[in-house]
Every structure is written in C-alpha cells, then in structure tokens.
Design a binder for this molecule. Structure first.
Ligand code: MAN
Length: 494
C-alpha cells in the first residue's frame, strides 16, 4: 500500500513520496531534480552542475534557467502552477512574486506582496459543469442523429417505392397514350372533312354573293356612266369623271379615258362588266350633278381616306358584317366536333399526366441522388429553411437548395448562392455558389460551417470578404461521434 507523504525541507524544496521536488517543478519533471551522487544538480540542458542547495536560491546559475524553477531569478525560467482541482500550467518566471496572482492556487505569489486566494476548486467545478453540459448536448444530438438516420431511411425507401410506382404508371400510360392518339386521329379525320365541307359551302356562297353584288355595282356604274343611254360607255362619258385623271393635271384627256376603256372608243355592258369594271371599280365615283353639289354641303372627308365608292343610300355595310360570319355547323358536324373534342380531351389529359410523371420522377431522382452525408442523415434538412438576423440583414439557409440575404429595413432578397457541393468528404462544410453577381466582384457564394449541436440552428452569418459569405450552422446531423468520455480531473499532480 502506497502511503503518500509530503515533507518540506526548506521553504523552497519539498519531499513528496521520497522524491525531492523544488518549488515550481511539476511531478513529471521531479525526477530531473534529484541530487546526483555528489549531491549536486545538473542543469537540465546538460551544461553545468551546481550544488544542490543552489536550487531556487534566487540566483540564476544555469543558462537554461532550470535551477530557478520557483523564483524569478532566471529570465528564461518557467514556473509550474500545480493548480490542484483545475488545469496545471506554466507561467514565465518573471511573473513569480510580481504582485499578480497568475496561478489559481496562488503558489506564484509567496513573497508576501499579495495574498492570493486558491480558487482552483471553484474554477474546476465550473469547468466540469460546462463540460458536462456540452457533453449532455452532444449526447442529445448524437441520439437525435440516430433517429434522423432511421427517419431518412424510411423517407428514401418511400421515395424509391414512389419512383417504381410512377415508372409502372408511366409504362401503362405510354400504351394508353398510343390508343388515345389513334382514337383522336380516328375522330379528327371525319371532323375535319365535315368542317371543311361546311366551310367550302360557305366560301362558295360568299363568293357567289360577292359576284352578284359586283355585277350589280357594275350595272349601276355602267348606267351612270352611259349618260346618253345608248347602251355604250364611251370616251366622252369617261372624261367628266375626274377620278380617271391619270397624270393629275386637272383634266381627263381622251387618251386617259381610252386607257380606262382598254384602248377602245366605247364598250357595251358585257364588255364593261367582264373587262373594264374590275380595273376601275376601286377608283370610280358616281358623278354628282352640279345642282346637287351646290345644295348639299360637301361631306367632311374622314382623315386618311381619299375616296369612298359606296353611295350613302346603299345599306350594304350591315349586310357585309352578317355575311362575314360563318353560319353555325349543322347538327351532324357538331356531333363530330363534340366526339373529336372528347377524344382530344382524353388524349391531352393522359399526355399531361405523362409529363407530370416525368417531372415527379426527375425531382425524386434529384432528391435521391444528392449526397446527404455518410448515413444520409443531412437529408432531414432538405425542404427546411433556417434564419439568422444580424444588425443589418436576415440571412436564410434552405439546405440543399439556396442561401439568401434580405435587408432588415426592407427591400428585395439577394440570392447568395444555390446548393453546390460538400467542400470535402468530411461533411463539415457546404458550398452554395452562383449567387447574384456582386458589382465589380464575383458571383455571391456561401460556405456553411457545420458543427454538432442539439437543434438545427443557423447561429451566425458573416461576410469574410466582399460577397463571399460564411454561415455557422449547428445540427444534430453533425454529431457523428459519441460524446467524449467524461474528462477525468485534469489535475494529476499535487
Ligand atoms: C449588398 C450586400 C452586401 C454586399 C454588397 C456588395 O449590399 O449583398 O453583403 O457586400 O451588396 O456590393
């Protein structure tokens, strides 16, 4: 059985468990401070030997300062604070007896300048409580991570099953789509034929009516032009019509009149309607007798239009409007259209579903193909967003999606980057890049530093260099090691 004992021979050297241990020396260094066979001390660097009682005599003998571990005599010396109950440490010898308590056990101040209180136990207690708290949080995170792994596994399986179901549905739909397409074509053929037929009839009717109207107008024009009513329209009857003044010199010459009559002196109605009317109907104007001109004030001509051919009494406009409208399809055609509409609708519905399935499969595949960490644990962060607000901005992180920033004072959100990759395979840093371009700078990007903690939380956001941001994110997903075993009392020395 080991019996611990401590005897201090002089103030400066104690004997602990049979070993000499001068002041300011740690247990681990004590063996180097034993007197040699000549009762001397060897400087630790090997250069020099001094009488054993010159240790800690407040005079620096060794170059390396090792003969004065407990005084401030050597400028390069080091004093060891035992700090029982807390963390042992070395301080510069110059701090020994300088009137400031550097060691929590107060052993650096024995010269009487100051009375130091030993508060190592309190410090040690607080430190261990903090360590305990950290450990508890780590443990909490570590347990949660296990739960996440199980949850993610279930989600992934569900998504895989969903993909399989969708692929099956898609394959069946392909067959159905072909059938529906054929059915659609089957109905659209007769539908088109019936519609074309109907439209053709309407077109012909329209043309016939137009022809009729044109003939009527030709007749009226001819009767109007044939002033002497001899059944011909001749050059002299053309001349009073100023609209036939080709060179705009104010008179219609015989040549000009003749040109409008296709180089003839006169034409009868048949020739007029077959050869002449088509060319002149766009310019011809009914002659207004002089008396009428005087009686009726000249009509105000609308801007941009120079001539109007239609006599005011003719109610043709309205007739035209009605004729422009195609009559309704007959019942048989309507039924064919309805059947084709139905076939089209069914085809389009199936086609839309097929496209939706493609979209769903793409998004599920992208979800499954993302790297969510060693055990896919980070997948629980997908489709979630976390915010952190500093004095100026609210930062938002939507893991595996985007990072953004919006001014607290209002204003638009700035895209700081889209999910890019893990910076390395330790799953400690995420990179979001290709964000909004920075004026005269790079595209914005973010590095997210991930550490273990009991809750998912964005704990900090900053901008180490212009438009290059850094986020700190705490999450149980990062608690991939069991919490460290409780630190034993860090102090192993007396
Ligand atoms: C905005 C913010 C800042 C950024 C500047 C760069 O104000 O996105 O974070 O530094 O633009 O001009």
């Amino acid at each position: 059985m080991n019996v611990f004992y401590l005897i201090c021979l002089f103030v400066t050297i104690c004997v602990v468990n049979g070993k000499m241990r001068p002041r300011g020396v740690s247990i681990s260094m004590a063996s180097k401070y034993q007197p040699n066979e000549r009762n001397k001390f060897n400087c630790i660097n090997g250069f020099g030997e001094i009488p054993y009682d010159h240790l800690n005599d407040d005079y620096c003998d060794c170059d390396d300062g090792t003969d004065e571990p407990g005084t401030s005599a050597c400028a390069n010396g080091k004093f060891h604070c035992t700090n029982a109950g807390y963390i042992p440490k070395y301080i510069q010898s110059s701090r020994v007896n300088d009137g400031v308590c550097d060691c929590c056990d107060g052993t650096d101040e024995y010269g009487g300048k100051i009375e130091c209180v030993n508060n190592c136990k309190e410090l040690g207690k607080a430190m261990r409580e903090e360590q305990d708290q950290k450990r508890r949080l780590h443990e909490e995170g570590f347990k949660k991570r296990d739960g996440f792994i199980a949850e993610v596994k279930r989600i992934m399986e569900e998504k895989n099953v969903k993909i399989q179901e969708l692929e099956k549905e898609k394959a069946e739909l392909e067959v159905r789509l072909k059938e529906l397409e054929a059915l659609k074509a089957e109905h659209e053929g007769p539908e088109k034929e019936a519609k074309d037929r109907h439209e053709q009839v309407w077109k012909e009717q329209k043309e016939a009516k137009e022809k009729e109207r044109s003939a009527l107008r030709a007749r009226e024009a001819f009767d109007d032009l044939d002033l002497n009513k001899d059944g011909f329209c001749d050059i002299l009857e053309i001349i009073p019509h100023m609209e036939f003044d080709i060179d705009s010199n104010g008179i219609v010459s015989e040549e000009e009149a003749k040109e409008h009559l296709e180089d003839q002196e006169k034409v009868d109605f048949d020739e007029f309607s077959s050869k002449i009317w088509g060319n002149i109907q766009g310019i011809y104007k009914k002659l207004v007798p002089e008396e009428e001109k005087k009686e009726t004030p000249p009509p105000v001509e609308p801007q941009g239009e120079t001539e109007t051919l239609v006599p005011p009494e003719e109610p043709q406009e309205e007739e035209h409007v009605d004729e422009e409208k195609m009559p309704e399809y007959d019942e048989e055609t309507k039924a064919l259209i309805a059947a084709a509409d139905e076939a089209r609708k069914k085809y389009e519905e199936a086609d839309k579903r097929s496209k939706d399935i493609d979209g769903e499969i793409t998004s599920l595949t992208s979800y499954l193909n993302t790297d969510y960490g060693k055990d896919k644990e980070f997948a629980v962060l997908r489709d979630q967003c976390y915010e952190y607000t500093d004095r100026e901005y609210t930062y938002k992180l939507c893991p595996f999606s985007t990072a953004s920033q919006r001014p607290k004072s209002g204003g638009h959100e700035t895209n700081l980057g889209r999910w890019g990759r893990w910076e390395d395979d330790h799953y400690k840093t995420m990179v979001y890049d290709h964000g909004q371009n920075c004026w005269n700078g790079p595209d914005r990007s973010v590095k997210v530093h991930i550490t273990c903690g009991p809750e998912h939380q964005l704990t900090n956001a900053y901008e180490p260099s212009r438009c290059e941001y850094a986020f700190d994110f705490v999450t149980p997903c990062a608690c991939n090691q069991p919490p460290p075993v409780h630190d034993k009392d860090p102090h192993d020395e007396l």
